[in-house]
Write a protein that binds this ligand. Structure first.
Ligand code: PLP
Length: 478
C-alpha cells in the first residue's frame, strides 16, 4: 500500500468533516500534532494503526446488531456477522481461547459481562434460573427479593487498588464494589511482590466466589498457575483481567504460568492498550461459560458497535503477524531499559524494576507527591499519570507514584538508548521540582515550583528525542 493512500484517506476525511463543522476537523488535526509532539508514557495508551483507525470511521456505525453472530434481533446483519465472526476467530487463534466475545465497548464493560456470567453460572438460586431462562415476567416479589439477596451477597477477592488492582475488581467507585462483598490481597511490603501464600490464606478465610487476577499498575509478571490452584482449592471461579498486558500475551512474551488464558476460567481485556487495537473490550472463556458470556448484550451492554468490532478484527489480524511478537518483546526491553536508567540515577521504583510494560516510580524519594510530579513532567512535555504506590500515605488523589509505560513509544520505534535518555529527562525534572506550601505555610500536596526555562529545555529535548520517530509517518495533513 502506498504511503500516499494513508495521507489521502485522512486528508479527505477531514475535508468532509470540515465542510460541516470545521472546529471538529481542527480539533482532530490538533490532536495529531499534540500526540506527535509529546513523549507519551501513559502505560494504558498506544497508537492504533491507520488501518484500525479507518475501519472505525464508516457506515458500520449506523447498524444495530443486538444478539450474536447468526442470531440477531435486527434484520440485515450479514456484514456485521462477517466482522464479528472474524474478530472472534482472530481472538481465539491469537490467544488459544475456546471462546471469544468481542462486543464489550470497554474494559469495564467486559468485566461486567464476566461478573454477570459467573454469577449466572454459579449462584444456586431458583429465581436466578427463572430469570436466565427468560421467564422474568414470572418472577414474583419474593423471587426478586431472593435474587437481589443472592446476587448481592457474593464474594470477590482481587488485588488491592494501591498494590495495582483496578477499580472494577470490587472497589466502591465502580458497581463491582456494590455488587460484591469484596476483600483484597496486597503485596509484600518488603518486596512489593504478590505473596501467593498470603493470597491462599485470604482465599481460605474469605472463600470468594470469584478470585480476580490482573492489574493496572503492578510492574511484575503474575503466576496464573498458582492463582488457579488457589482458586480451585476454595472452589472459586478464576478470572483474569489482562487489560494492561494483553499485548504481551498476544506477542508470546508471557507464556506458560504467566499466560492467563490456559489457567483462567474467564479472561477479560481491553483492546486498546498494549494490544494496540481500537478502544474496546473483549471476553475470552472456557466453553462452560460461553453461553452466559454471549448474553452480555443486552444483559449489561448496549447494542454492539459494529465499526469497533471491524477495527478489532483488523487489529487482531495485525497482532497475529510475526512482527507483533517482536513489538511485544521490545515493549518489555524498553520498560527494563527505562527502569534501569532511573535506578542508576537514584530513583526509587516499586518492586525495584519491571518484567512487563510499566514502571512505577515512588516519587516520595524526590520529596514530591504523584500529583506534583505528574504536573511538573507535563510542563516539560512528558505525559505520565500519577498512581498510588502500595500503602500510599497520600491516598488515591494525590498519590506518591508516577506510572510510566512503554507501549506507545515502542510503537513509534524508540529503543533502549532513547529509554535511557528518557530516564535522564524524567530524573532531571523530578530532582529540579520542589514541593510548594499552602498559604498558611503547611506543605501542599499539589503546588510545586519548577523553573520555566528548565521545563522548556526538557520539552525541546523530548521533541528532539521523538524527531527521528515520527508518529504516523505516512500521514501528512498539510
Ligand atoms: N481493567 C483494567 C486492568 C484496566 O487497567 C482498565 C483501564 O484502565 C480497565 C479494566 C477499564 O478499561 P476501560 O477504560 O476500557 O473501561
Amino acid at each position: 500500500m502506498s504511503r500516499n493512500a494513508e495521507s489521502t484517506a485522512f486528508r479527505s476525511a477531514l475535508e468532509v468533516i470540515r465542510a460541516v463543522e470545521p472546529r471538529v476537523a481542527d480539533a482532530i488535526g490538533a490532536e495529531l500534532t499534540d500526540q506527535r509532539e509529546s513523549l507519551k508514557l501513559i502505560a494504558s495508551e498506544n497508537y492504533a494503526s491507520p488501518a484500525t483507525l479507518l475501519a472505525m470511521g464508516n457506515w458500520f456505525s449506523d447498524k444495530y446488531a443486538e444478539g450474536t453472530v447468526g442470531r440477531r434481533f435486527y434484520a440485515g446483519c450479514q456484514n456485521v456477522d462477517t466482522v464479528e465472526a472474524l474478530a472472534a476467530e482472530h481472538a481465539r487463534e491469537l490467544f488459544g481461547a475456546a471462546h471469544a466475545y468481542v462486543q464489550p465497548h470497554s474494559g469495564i464493560d467486559a468485566n461486567l459481562v464476566a461478573f454477570w456470567a459467573v454469577l449466572a453460572d454459579r449462584v444456586e438460586s431458583p429465581a436466578l434460573k427463572k430469570a436466565q431462562v427468560r421467564q422474568v415476567n414470572d418472577l414474583t416479589e419474593a423471587d426478586w427479593f431472593e435474587l437481589r439477596r443472592e446476587l448481592g451477597n457474593q464474594r470477590m477477592l482481587g488485588m488491592s487498588l494501591d498494590a495495582g488492582g483496578h477499580l472494577t475488581h470490587g472497589f466502591r467507585p465502580n458497581i463491582s464494589g456494590k455488587m460484591f462483598d469484596q476483600r483484597s490481597y496486597g503485596t509484600d511490603p518488603a518486596t512489593g511482590l504478590i505473596d501467593y501464600d498470603r493470597v491462599a490464606e485470604a482465599a481460605r478465610e474469605f472463600k470468594p466466589l470469584i478470585l480476580v487476577g490482573g492489574y493496572s499498575a503492578y510492574p511484575r509478571k503474575v503466576n496464573f498457575r498458582i492463582l488457579r490452584e488457589i482458586a480451585d482449592s476454595v472452589g472459586a471461579t478464576f478470572m483474569v483481567d489482562m487489560a494492561h498486558f494483553a499485548g504481551l500475551v498476544a506477542g508470546k512474551v508471557f507464556t506458560g504460568d504467566f499466560d492467563p488464558v490456559p489457567h483462567a476460567h474467564i479472561v477479560t481485556t481491553t483492546t486498546h492498550k498494549s494490544l494496540r487495537g481500537p478502544r474496546g473490550g473483549m471476553v475470552l472463556c472456557q466453553p462452560e461459560l460461553a453461553d452466559q458470556v454471549d448474553r452480555g448484550c443486552p444483559m449489561v451492554l448496549g447494542g454492539p458497535l459494529p465499526h469497533v468490532m471491524a477495527a478489532k478484527a483488523v487489529a487482531l489480524a495485525e497482532a497475529r503477524r510475526p512482527d507483533f511478537a517482536d513489538y511485544a518483546q521490545r515493549i518489555v526491553d524498553n520498560a527494563q531499559a527505562l527502569a534501569d536508567g532511573l535506578l542508576r540515577r537514584g530513583a526509587k521504583l516499586v518492586t525495584g524494576g519491571t518484567d512487563n510494560h510499566l514502571v512505577l516510580i515512588d516519587v516520595s524519594g524526590y520529596g514530591l507527591t504523584g500529583r506534583q510530579a505528574e504536573q511538573a513532567l507535563l510542563d516539560s512535555g512528558i505525559v505520565t499519570n500519577r498512581n498510588s504506590v502500595p500503602q500510599d500515605p497520600n491516598g488515591a488523589w494525590y498519590t506518591s507514584g508516577i506510572r510510566i509505560g512503554t507501549p506507545a513509544l515502542t510503537t513509534r520505534g524508540l529503543g533502549t538508548a532513547e529509554m535511557d535518555q528518557t530516564a535522564e529527562l524524567i530524573h532531571t525534572v523530578l530532582t529540579q521540582t520542589t514541593a510548594g506550601a499552602n498559604a498558611d505555610g503547611t506543605p501542599s500536596k499539589a503546588k510545586y515550583t519548577l523553573d520555566a526555562d528548565l521545563a522548556d529545555k526538557i520539552s525541546r529535548q523530548a521533541t528532539d528525542l521523538l524527531a527521528p520517530h515520527p508518529l504516523y509517518p505516512a500521514v501528512d495533513l498539510t
